[in-house]
Design a protein around this ligand. Structure first.
Ligand code: CTP
Length: 434
């Protein structure tokens, strides 16, 4: 029997009207179809932890596809079904999604003359999950709306701040859970329980991560590196010797830890000021993780993790270029605005952020952030058409002129189209182009 608790007040105080209405609409649709329905997993965990809620995952006792079809028809949204897994996604007009899974009612014949028992299928569904903190469910049917159902001690473990698996073969069945344990422990500041930690060590000893496909390890690492502060997780991975399993030369040094802290500060600065300039957050930490390893070792790591070609290029070529560039800038600093522009303009945001994190020189950091803030978007207001109408014959000279305009603009000159045209005209005249 599960422990239950009424958390309707928590739903009221913590959720916005839209999500609350959505949950009761889901419950009502379940009632109409005669299906028990629950919101589960990360949603409930984050609700209890008072953290922002991102996904709504529901489990239906019955056919989730039938439920999604019915719900979509009465609420005018779309849905996608995955027959193979008996799951569906309900998609609202603005793109908001609800994942629907099916828990089957299963009947077990008990020995002797005892009756056949119906095992609560939500329990079976929750029992397959990774950690106790992810096994909580809240009933959405009108009669029991807001009842929290706790079969595996998830509430207690949230209170005790502990990550615990539900059954001993969990990490063997799915070794990606080793990374997930570390991710959650880092994200929530929870410790990994003693038995759970020993099972991680056992799984590592029998080669669970060694035999995991690169793609799956990569996906977990990207998630860890996307967290607010991945450093404690990287340290925990090193403590378990997971980095060594990925590549025997990987070793977490004080230099890498310091670089991670520096990346953290840089990203915090960037995200505060430039929240609309999106970049793959994980990639900056990945560059920091690989910094200091030779091209050969980095290539072996990238191949082991089956990096797609574009990302591999970023983490190998671009990262090394960025590191070389920052050393050159440190050596030559201060340089003209124009020189800085030409050096930096081809680097992506994530590489510029990595460079900012790499340099220890305050003046260099200032110069790069100046480039980022004021010069990066510098473009002439006029184009080839305008040059043509001045009577200049098209050719390589066009880019020469446009580049000269950029040079002027980098010094704060030529602020209007008229000024640029005047400049182009004078240049063409002096060089006998017209
Ligand atoms: N799950 C699992 N084993 C995995 C991955 C997922 O048991 N290897 C279960 C977890 O119990 C989780 C659910 O599937 O609650 C959904 O997983 P996921 O989409 O990763 O969601 P969250 O737990 O919410 O994680 P995050 O907050 O990082 O999105």
């Amino acid at each position: 029997k599960p422990r239950t608790k009424y958390v309707g007040n928590l739903l009221k105080s913590r959720l916005n009207t839209r999500i609350r209405t959505l949950l009761s609409d889901i419950g009502n649709a379940g009632d109409t179809l005669g299906m028990e329905i629950f919101v589960v997993g990360g949603f409930v965990r984050d609700l209890m932890l008072e953290r922002p809620i991102e996904d709504v995952d529901v489990v239906v006792e019955g056919d989730g596809i039938v439920f999604a079809r019915y719900f979509s028809s009465i609420h005018h949204c779309r849905f996608h079904q995955h027959r193979k897994f008996n799951t569906a996604v309900i998609i609202f007009e603005d793109g908001f999604k609800v994942d629907v899974a099916s828990a089957r009612l299963e009947y077990y014949a008990t020995p002797a003359a005892l009756p056949v028992v119906e095992n609560s299928s939500i329990k079976m569904d929750l029992a397959r999950r990774d950690f106790t903190i992810n096994t909580l469910a809240i009933s959405l049917n009108a009669e029991s709306f807001g009842t929290l159902i706790d079969y595996f001690g998830g509430v207690r473990d949230i209170k005790d701040k502990i990550i615990r698996i539900i059954h001993n073969l969990s990490f063997i069945e799915d070794p990606t859970r080793i990374f997930r344990a570390i991710k959650f422990s880092n994200r929530f500041g929870f410790r990994i329980g003693k038995v759970t930690a020993n099972l991680i060590k056992n799984a590592l000893n029998v080669g669970a991560v060694k035999h995991l496909s690169g793609l799956r390890v990569l996906s977990e690492l990207k998630q860890i590196f996307s967290e607010d502060n991945p450093l404690p997780a990287v340290q925990t991975m090193a403590d378990y010797g997971i980095d060594k399993v990925i590549h025997h030369d990987l070793k977490l040094t004080d230099t890498t830890c310091a670089l991670f802290r520096s990346v953290g500060k840089t990203l915090a600065w960037h995200d505060l000021l430039y929240s609309d300039d999106v970049y793959p957050r994980w990639s900056v930490y990945f560059m920091a993780w690989l910094h200091g390893y030779s091209f050969t070792v980095s290539t072996q790591i990238a191949d082991r993790l089956m990096f797609p070609i574009k990302e591999k290029e970023l983490l190998l070529e671009q990262r090394i270029k960025a590191a070389q560039q920052i050393r050159l800038i440190e050596k030559k600093h201060p340089v003209s605005n124009q020189q800085m522009y030409r050096w930096l303009i081809h680097f992506k945001t994530e590489c510029l952020l990595f460079m900012l994190a790499l340099t220890k020189k305050e003046s260099v950091r200032k110069a790069i952030s100046h480039f980022y803030t004021h010069q990066r978007k510098t473009q002439p207001l006029i184009g080839g058409k305008d040059l043509k109408s001045l009577g200049i014959t098209p050719g390589p000279v066009y880019s020469t002129i446009l580049n000269k305009i950029i040079d002027e603009k980098l010094d704060g000159k030529l602020n209007t189209m008229e000024e640029e045209i005047k400049f182009a005209k004078e240049y063409a005249f002096e060089n006998k182009l017209i």
